[in-house]
Design a binder for this molecule. Sequence first.
Ligand SMILES: [Zn+2]
Length: 306
Amino acid sequence: MPELPEVQTTVNGLNKVLKGKKITAIWSAYNSPHYKGKENIKDKKYFLRFRKNTLNSPVLGTDRVGKNILIHLKNGVTVLIHMKMTGHLLYGKYEKRKEEWEASEKGPLQDPFNKHIRLVFELNNGKHVVLSDMRKFAKVMYIKTKDLERHSDLLSVAPDSFKLSQNEFVKRLRNKKSGKIKSILMDQALVSGIGNIYSDEILFETNIHPETDIDAVDNKKLEEIWRVSRKILERGINLGGDSMSDYRNIKGEKGKFQNKHKVYRKTGERCLKKNCPGKIKRKVIGGRSAHFCNRHQKLIKTKKRK
Ligand SMILES: [Zn+2]
């Protein structure tokens, strides 16, 4: 699933191409009876309203709240896109052949991971922004820009590591009285933007076993997690995100963070930490695979916090 660096990479890309452009037509393959009456373009009636509210108004800019992409239009409407498990936005020239949309030119947009096109925004420059979403979990809706802060989809999203000061970060995690540190770092209502890959890398770097209970992690260690999370997320952004799985940038190209993993999906390999003789193990924690070094990432069991 795209995490903060991937979503930010997409937002940065969209800001380069979308400003001032208008959406002139929208096509959607999403349609599911499970969404009847919901604020989601998977409901057919909602999709018609979505289209009416978003066509022919210039894009002011794009930004991000947690893992949500927000495209602000001049008419006071914001398009919210959450890419969920397998979604990513692409930009280029597309053509419809029978019922399938295809990139017109050869290149990265024709990568197999970019071919599951469920939603197409046609722009007034003849190009398209499309959503490739193999498993169809993405969420797309519109919200009045002035209501964004109060909207339930965004109210439940906590600030990310960049928006939180060190003290705020520690306080938020400290409020949690129990729970495994990995699950807590991935809880979007506590701190947003961190998912499975980056939580593994952050815990590796800070020498914490992913199953350590939050109560056994002292404030000093939480401060370190805050610092390291910023550093690692920043590195992810600078490398254009992580493409070990489906994620691609808006040109359809892979990011490079997957080449820098020290622990994520390194099961069985030797630990890369200096002078550590450990090996990387994998264990399912809170329904997600955690990867960690069996030597330097200590599971602290006793209550150490004063
Ligand atoms: Zn190690």
